[in-house]
Design a binder for this molecule. Structure first.
Ligand code: EPZ
Length: 420
């Protein structure tokens, strides 16, 4: 805890980096391993703090987790508990993804209520109401969610008020063992949802429609462990592509499906970048001034909210005014406050950030408010005059493996060290 990242602006960045497996898939694939007894192997797992926390959650349930080189071997043969303690759920909201798997494995679960976080209240009403439709009964006391299935799980048609990623995942992981047919309408369509559904099918589930707004599931009962490779991290890839857009490039990211970043790539082109996609690699370069653009964050395939802060840095340096509207989380502009400390001209009006482009940012001490905001502050430091010191690196370490080393490899003047 309490390290800082020091970055001096002005360097040209170019070269190739490999992105890791997607944090927002790997954590759910790990949770899904609870569904089948035996040894599940997950490949292309990023070496990040959140994976460590989810490994701890699994161990507390009685699983053994052996970590190899970006691989996890999870043996869930002898689970001894269906309870997830508060201190782990409080640390990482994604622990709530253990709810569906526990209900399928044990017919019950006891999971601590996750706290809110910097970007919003992070409610669970869609998870709970959807699971109730499948026959799960809940009571919450002493900060825990107690889920039981006194009459078993029965298939149902569930229409989500909002295409929640987490709710879609929990409903899939419970629905695969519900008797009969389950339909999730207005389901989330993120690539990580598709990755999870594919793994569940490899385990014996019968899921169709993943990646579309309507997911159909035929309940089954026998699940077997499998070996599954995590999909590449489109958000890590997008973060490095913004670094290339800021610092010139050509900068190539490999290990990602370009189709998972359609809108973000279109925005980079609109802002003056040249983008080339080739297989699982994407190359960005820019030799013209940045053009302003408007961005609306939306559920996939809309513009990803997890790239909002990174693109705000680009807009802050564009030749004109941009508007970024955050439609997914209710409080995801704290990062803007830190960016204005570096000279950015940004006015927040509700869900809109009105950004007036300027010539140069100036380096300053700034602090990460959340994972993506922290990563974006480092990006700002790459192009700011002078030195930027980013504190709160523990946020960045939750979702980025070797972020500093990869940027240094691309030519950044950057280092990590103890806080003063
Ligand atoms: C996942 O969060 C990701 N996290 C987030 O990435 C990502 O930003 C988000 O999906 C949207 O793509 C993980 O996968 C671990 P949601 P999740 O349920 O599942 C509201 C990152 O930086 N909502 O789609 O929590 C909620 O309050 C992180 O990697 C309800 O109202 O996202 C939010 O406003 C940040 N009721 C909106 O939906 C519910 O029951 C989106 O939430 C559930 C959600």
């Amino acid at each position: 805890m309490g390290e800082i990242i020091k970055v001096r602006g002005g360097r040209h960045l170019s070269g190739t980096v490999n992105v890791e497996g997607a944090k927002n898939s790997a954590l759910k694939l790990m949770a899904a391993s609870v569904i089948a007894q035996g040894v599940t192997v997950i490949e292309n797992v990023p070496d990040i703090a959140d994976v460590t926390i989810m490994s701890e959650v699994l161990r507390i349930l009685g699983a053994t987790v052996v970590r190899g080189d970006h691989t996890l071997e999870i043996d869930t043969s002898y689970l001894i508990s269906y309870e997830t303690p508060y201190e782990l759920v409080a640390k990482m909201r994604a622990s709530i993804s253990i709810l569906g798997p526990l209900i399928t494995r044990f017919g019950c679960a006891k999971v601590a209520m996750p706290g809110g976080c910097q970007i919003g209240s992070r409610k669970l009403d869609l998870h709970i109401s959807g699971l109730q439709a499948l026959g799960v009964e809940f009571n919450t006391e002493h900060g825990f969610i107690h889920a039981t299935t006194p009459h078993g799980l029965r298939g149902a048609t569930i229409t989500l008020e909002f295409p929640s990623v987490g709710a879609t995942e929990n409903l899939m992981m419970a629905g695969i063992s519900a008797e009969g047919r389950t339909v999730i309408d207005n389901a989330a369509r993120e690539p990580e949802i598709v990755d999870l559904a594919n793994m569940l099918n490899e385990m014996g589930a019968d899921i169709r429609g993943q990646g579309t707004p309507v997911i159909e599931i035929q309940g089954t009962r026998d699940f077997v462990p499998c070996t599954h490779r995590t999909v590449g991290d489109r958000i890590e890839a997008g973060t490095f592509l913004v670094a290339g857009a800021l610092c010139g490039g050509p900068l190539t990211v490999c290990g990602v499906n370009p189709a998972h970043l359609d809108l973000a790539l279109a925005k980079l082109r609109k802002m003056g970048c040249v983008i080339e996609a080739n297989g699982d690699c994407i190359t960005v370069s820019r030799d013209k001034p940045l053009q302003p653009t408007d961005i609306q964050t939306l559920p996939h395939p809309g513009f990803p909210t997890d790239l909002q802060a990174q693109f705000m840095v680009l807009c802050a340096l564009a030749q004109g005014n941009s508007v970024i509207t955050e439609n997914v989380f209710e409080n995801r502009f704290m990062f803007a406050g830190e960016l204005t400390r570096m000279g950015a001209v940004i006015r927040i009006e509700g869900h809109h950030a009105l950004i007036q482009g300027i010539e140069r940012l100036s380096g300053a001490p700034v602090s990460s408010t959340d994972l993506r905001g922290g990563a974006a502050l480092v990006l700002a430091g790459l192009v700011a005059d002078g030195e930027t010191i980013v504190s709160g690196t523990e946020h960045i370490d939750r979702g980025y493996e070797c972020y500093v080393e990869k940027l240094a490899f691309l030519g950044a003047d950057i280092e990590r060290g103890p806080s003063a």
